[in-house]
Design a protein around this ligand. Structure first.
Ligand SMILES: Cc1ncc(COP(=O)(O)O)c(C=O)c1O
Length: 280
């Protein structure tokens, strides 16, 4: 049964079951919109300004005006948060309801704005690790934008799940891009590495935090291309995201990663990440 929590839709707070949009909404018809996912630890939004900056980048990437200032966004989120829980804000903005289905941008159409808050569910494999498979990255040229058109990501993730794995690690032209819903880090010769930011990956906020933590703790972290061979021979592989944080990959394409257990660099980084979260 659907949980009937309070959500925000177009200037109104209402029960989830009463939140309805038109079938002519361009999000529904075309996947014409963007979204954000912002973790909240005991009512405190994690790296809020970074998430709102990425939202601004996604909006300008699809030529949509930000309907709210950062202060207004914060005011919208506040009543949805519970200070006793770990949660995440999901927000979505579409190009709104046009009078008819037509590819061209509608004139004078208000965007549809939807916000809800959900509990961060404990994730199996958080500390014990997950299996991953490599899959050819067949997505488009705008992976740096957090758009709601996620069909390729969904198909890649489901393909991994069907093979008994927790994540798909996507390979584009022989190098790692990212996970179906995560960024990828590897440890090779004591050096932490992650693919550089370009239009083939989403610039993950968790990714940035990990790079900062690594630098502050004297670890070498490179933003550099990772070949498929480097991935296959890495001592450690992690996938990172706001809701799952840092997850060790213990098996890749049916082969154990090193000894098939979460590695020491992951243990150290995970500890540093938890300490950093608590310090905020
Ligand atoms: C495709 C993709 N890459 C990377 C990430 C990680 O981004 P963040 O750390 O900001 O959650 C996500 C998050 O869901 C994602 O969907």
């Amino acid at each position: 049964m659907m949980e009937n929590k309070t959500v925000y839709l177009n200037n109104q707070y209402l029960p989830l079951a009463d939140a309805k949009i038109s079938v002519l909404d361009r999000g529904f018809l075309f996947g014409d919109g963007v979204y954000e996912v912002i973790p909240s630890y005991y009512g405190k939004l994690f790296h809020l300004q970074d998430h709102l900056q990425r939202l601004e980048n996604s909006l300008s990437g699809i030529r949509l005006t930000n309907p709210y200032s950062r202060k207004q966004w914060q005011a919208i989120f506040a009543p949805l948060l519970d200070a006793s829980k770990n949660q995440y804000i999901y927000l979505q903005i579409t190009r709104g309801v046009a009078p008819k289905r037509d590819h061209s941008f509608p004139e004078d159409t208000a965007p549809t704005v939807f916000v809800m808050c959900s509990d961060i569910a404990p994730f199996a494999g958080q500390n014990t690790g997950i299996k991953a498979v490599t899959i050819d990255d067949s997505r488009w040229q705008f992976c740096n934008l957090k758009t709601i058109a996620l069909l390729a990501n969904i198909l890649h993730r489901q393909n991994a799940l069907d093979q008994g794995s927790g994540e798909a690690i996507l390979i584009k032209d022989g190098t790692v891009s990212e996970g179906a819903a995560s960024n990828v880090f590897v440890v090779i010769d004591d050096i932490l590495a992650t693919p550089p930011k370009d239009n083939t990956i989403l610039p993950g906020i968790t990714r940035d935090v990990i790079i900062d933590i690594a630098k502050q703790n004297g670890m070498t972290c490179r933003e550099a291309p990772i070949s498929l061979t480097q991935l296959q021979t890495a001592r450690e592989i992690w996938v990172t995201s706001s809701t799952r944080e840092i997850v060790p990959v213990i098996e890749l394409d049916g082969q154990p990663v090193a000894d098939g257990k979460p590695g020491p660099t992951w243990r150290l980084m995970n500890q540093l990440f938890q300490t950093y979260k608590q310090s905020l």
